[in-house]
Design a protein around this ligand. Structure first.
Ligand code: 3PG
Ligand code: MG
Length: 417
């Protein structure tokens, strides 16, 4: 059933508890935490502006990282408040806790259209436990609940789920923000009855991570193009050599079953025909996380068996061109997961070729291209094609679970229209 959205709300003079996903990447520079990608903050601006215009008093709550119930200065939302204020062109009051007297005081001073951002809600471990008493404390300062945190909607936490229940019990409204609404539209409704051909590109490391999505999309897609390391498990299942490639031998059956289902349903199911491999060489060095650093020798393209000393790092160019050809005829595209280790330029060509094909068919043929979050979004942005597709999800795990057909707790908790 359709959910209530912020468009349906009259919030003049009301205090709105607004859950956002400001879990943005940060880097330490000269002792300061600096935001390296503000996409998730920018994505909430339409919701904020609409509610401000409507005269609501916005109390923003978010998490950052996984501090596990402890105050960790590297995970403070303070830099986010600064950035948000810049983007809105108006002051944002930052409160260094999310419950208690400080919050009540700041909220009491608010006027219509004002914005307050509360400190990382995960500094309290009751958040992830969805503790009802904690949810009551969070909800104490507001009469309306809005969730715009699609990226955290797969979590049944106090601020994503519990607070909505408290507000609803009091007879208050719980609505989706505009970003949440867009995410549900593109990852949900638009894929229910897609314009055809509907082509799905699925990459990523593991078959086990993606099998539920594959299974569900086999029911809807005309074509599924497989890339990423999960292709090596398919290769292994076909009895080919995979060398040192990442595989899940325990999922050979899963892979074969997916192929059989595709055949039965008449879905064109494509696997890479060539692979870029390299021989990993231990440099003897370790990275910041203490993991050994490898160099890659003898980078080459192979078809068929992968030699024993080699590891696959990307689909090859023959595959990429073939996939691009199929993509060029699509009317709807869903892309989740890169075709290789695109972070390294030596293994980025296939992913970039597909990114370009998706951008081209969107721009030239008016195809709808939906990018299912996470690494595929990073790859498109890296290729400077982010603004050439129809929609890029701000979710990672949430997008994947939603595409699997799961009911997201943060969505289920909202009021029906
Ligand atoms: C994300 O970045 O994937 C979301 O903000 C959720 O964060 P989490 O995986 O730590 O719950
Ligand atoms: Mg996550």
């Amino acid at each position: 059933m359709a959910k209530l959205t912020v468009r349906d709300l009259d919030v003049r003079g009301q205090r709105v508890f607004l859950r956002v996903d400001y879990n943005v990447p940060l880097e330490e520079k000269d002792g300061q935490m600096v935001i390296t990608d503000a996409t998730r903050i920018v994505a909430t601006l339409p919701t904020l502006k609409l509610l401000m215009e409507k005269g609501g008093r916005l109390i923003l709550t978010a998490h950052l990282g996984r501090p596990k119930g402890r105050r960790d200065a590297t995970m403070s939302l303070k830099p986010v408040a600064v950035k948000l204020s810049e983007l809105l062109g108006k002051p944002v009051t930052f409160v260094d806790d999310c419950i208690g007297e400080k919050v009540e005081k700041a909220v009491a001073a608010m006027k219509d259209g004002d914005v307050v951002l509360l400190e990382n809600v995960r500094y309290h471990n009751e958040e992830e436990k969805n503790d009802p008493a904690f949810a009551e404390k969070l909800a104490k300062v507001a009469e309306v609940y809005v969730n715009d945190a699609f990226g955290a909607a797969h979590r049944a936490h106090a601020s994503t789920e519990g607070v909505a229940r408290v507000v609803a019990k009091r007879g208050g409204k719980c609505a989706a923000g505009l970003l949440m609404e867009r995410e549900l539209k593109f990852l949900g409704d638009e894929l229910e009855n897609p314009a055809r051909p509907f082509v799905v590109i699925l990459g990523g490391a593991k078959v086990s991570d993606k099998i539920k999505v594959i299974d569900r999309l086999l029911e809807k897609a005309n074509t599924i193009l497989i890339g990423g390391a999960m292709a090596y498990t398919f290769k292994l299942a076909h009895g080919q050599n995979v060398g040192k490639s990442l595989v899940e031998p325990e999922h050979k059956r899963t892979a074969l079953d997916a192929e059989a289902k595709a055949k039965k349903l008449g879905v064109n199911f494509q696997l890479p025909t060539d692979v870029i491999v390299a021989t990993p060489v231990d440099t003897g060095k370790v990275n910041k996380k203490g993991k050994p650093v490898f160099d890659f020798a003898n980078i080459r393209t192979v078809t068929g068996d992968i030699p024993d000393d080699a590891e696959g790092f990307s689909a090859g160019l023959e595959t990429a061109k073939h996939y691009a050809q199929i993509i060029s005829g699509a009317k709807t595209i869903l892309w989740n997961g890169p075709l290789g280790m695109f972070e390294d330029a030596r293994f980025a060509a296939a992913t970039n070729t597909v990114a370009q094909a998706v951008a081209d068919v969107t721009q030239k043929n008016g195809a709808k291209s939906i990018i299912g979050g996470g690494d595929s979004v990073k790859a498109l942005n890296k290729a400077k094609l982010g603004d050439k597709v129809t929609f890029m999800s701000t979710g990672g795990g949430a997008s994947l679970e939603f595409l699997e057909g799961a009911v997201l707790p943060g969505v289920a908790a909202l009021s029906d229209k």
